[in-house]
Design a protein around this ligand. Structure first.
Ligand code: ATP
Length: 208
């Protein structure tokens, strides 16, 4: 599904990431945790095709992502308001990934009445559901959640993860969850990795 093979990223005159490897199988929910500033978000951006690696290779289903068309790995960030155009109505934001399936909107509990609103007219949790729906277009194989629910209360956080993991499981997607919230990762992940384990002789930590 996803193979990260000894990738490195050189930014700001230094190697920010080097010799990082990781595999993610269909249906897995892999959690990555690590100290602040080590490069987790940079790795997430690279996996979603926002940044090219300076060495190594990332493969999706055995080959690099196609240059055209939707990227197979889609990234959802912590702040949904920074991930949408504030001058677009929700309907148009969702349409960036093609017309969303009504069943997807239902699974994420996106009310039809939201579609004609502006981003500012939704709560943070509601707007994050929209961003997740946009990330779960038909071509998506991997969902990368970078502190996806960090700013939300526990109840909203649980509801959003339940919905996102339900869709991921139904479609056999791989999920990479990056978070400082150890309790959350323990709840949702099938496998966990500490940042140090992505380097060189990686070993995995299996969760019960
Ligand atoms: N374009 C860039 N040029 C130079 N340095 C950068 C660039 N982008 C990020 N960095 C630096 O790379 C380091 C890693 O940033 P990143 O956001 O990936 O860390 P992180 O592990 O996700 O941190 P946190 O857990 O605090 O979110 C930081 O020191 C950041 O300042």
């Amino acid at each position: 599904m996803l193979e990260v093979d000894k990738v490195g990223i050189h930014l700001g005159g230094r190697w920010l990431l080097r010799d990082m490897s990781l595999t993610l199988e269909a249906g897995e929910v892999v959690g990555i945790s690590g100290d602040s500033g080590v490069g987790k978000s940079t790795l997430a951006r690279m996996l979603a095709g926002h940044l090219a690696p300076d060495e190594g290779e990332v493969r999706y289903g055995g080959r690099p992502a196609a240059r055209r068309g939707p990227h197979p790995a889609q990234l959802v960030l912590q702040h949904p308001e920074r991930a949408v155009n504030p001058r677009w109505r929700i309907r148009r934001i969702l349409a960036e990934a093609g017309a969303p399936e009504p069943s997807l909107l239902e699974a994420l509990q996106i009310a039809p009445s939201w579609l004609d609103r502006w981003p500012l007219e939704l709560s943070g949790g509601e707007l994050q559901r929209v961003c997740i729906a946009r990330a779960l277009g038909p071509a998506t194989r991997v969902l990368i959640a970078d502190e996806m629910t960090a700013m939300l209360d526990a109840l909203t956080q649980a509801g959003i993860w339940r919905a996102a993991l339900g869709v991921a499981q139904e479609r056999g997607l791989g999920v990479l969850a990056i978070s400082h919230d150890e309790a959350l990762l323990e709840r949702i992940c099938t496998r966990r990795l500490r940042w140090e384990e992505l380097r060189g002789d990686a070993t995995t930590v299996m969760m019960p």
